[in-house]
Design a protein around this ligand. Structure first.
Ligand code: CDP
Ligand code: CDP
Length: 227
């Protein structure tokens, strides 16, 4: 029997992937898979161990039998609830400290091997929309629909700055935030294994001048044309 459809959403930080993908999942009745949350959870685990961030061999052993659980809350705009080895890390994985270290951890072969295997297992039956950096190129190369969402670094930084402002973080410098985002994009785009890159058969969506609702409508339209 043929599996259910798979949708792959990739792109750099602040493009709108999470916000849009969660709502599209809800509208289309697909499972939502936030792969960034998995790399963040492993980064949190390493930072809370006594290992150095670049000790690839020891990190490989640390995560050999790691368990990661992702649960979508009922409210569509809330982030995925994340457990790693039974510890709840939903908010802990969103700190600036984890954000600053995640690209270094996500570049490691053992980490990617482990997490990609989990993602492919969860997506085996299809009926899933996954967002990340390498979904269309590497995790689900046979996805029926691939979207590469992007926007200028200035716009993406402005969005993140507004998010932080709304959370009461009024101490964040917009220029610094733009630099941090650019640095993370460069690390993600230039790593050796499964770098951030538009798949050849992905549809590029530039979201600078689109509202969230417009992006959602566009993806649903593409899905209905494809499936
Ligand atoms: O939400 P935000 O754009 O800040 O990041 P995220 O989607 O939570 O991803 C955090 C980091 O995980 C990225 O900067 C990548 O280093 C890594 N990542 C990855 O390497 N491959 C994926 N499929 C998803 C995330
Ligand atoms: O997951 P990713 O890092 O790609 O981005 P996000 O966290 O979903 O989006 C970052 C912020 O941009 C959110 O507050 C969205 O509401 C906002 N956004 C927007 O203002 N306009 C869009 N077209 C898309 C997202």
């Amino acid at each position: 029997q043929k599996r259910q459809p798979i949708v792959a959403i990739d792109g750099p930080a602040g493009a709108g992937k999470s916000t849009v993908t969660r709502r599209v999942a809800h509208e289309l009745g697909l499972l939502y898979l936030d792969t960034g949350a998995m790399y963040r959870a492993v980064t949190w685990l390493v930072m809370n161990s006594d290992l150095a961030l670049d000790d690839e061999g020891a990190i490989a052993l640390l995560i050999k039998d790691v368990e990661i659980q992702l649960t979508s809350p009922n409210a569509v705009d809330l982030p995925t609830v994340v457990h790693i080895d039974d510890k709840e890390v939903t908010t802990a994985i969103r700190t600036p400290e984890v954000t600053a270290n995640v690209s270094a951890i996500a570049a490691q072969a053992a980490v990617r091997g482990k997490l990609v295997q989990m993602q492919q297992q969860w997506g085996e039956k299809g009926g899933i929309i996954a967002e990340g950096r390498d979904i269309g190129t590497n995790v689900f190369p046979n996805a029926e629909l691939k979207v590469f969402m992007t926007a200028s670094v200035e716009e993406r930084a402005r969005r993140r700055w507004q998010d932080l402002q709304n959370q009461g973080r009024d101490d964040i410098d917009l220029q610094q935030l733009a630099q941090d985002i650019q640095r993370r994009d460069e690390l993600d785009s230039n790593r050796a294994i499964a770098p951030l890159k538009k798949a050849d058969d992905a549809i590029e969506l530039i979201t600078d001048d689109l509202t969230i609702d417009e992006v959602i409508a566009k993806i649903i339209e593409l899905y209905q044309q494809t499936i």
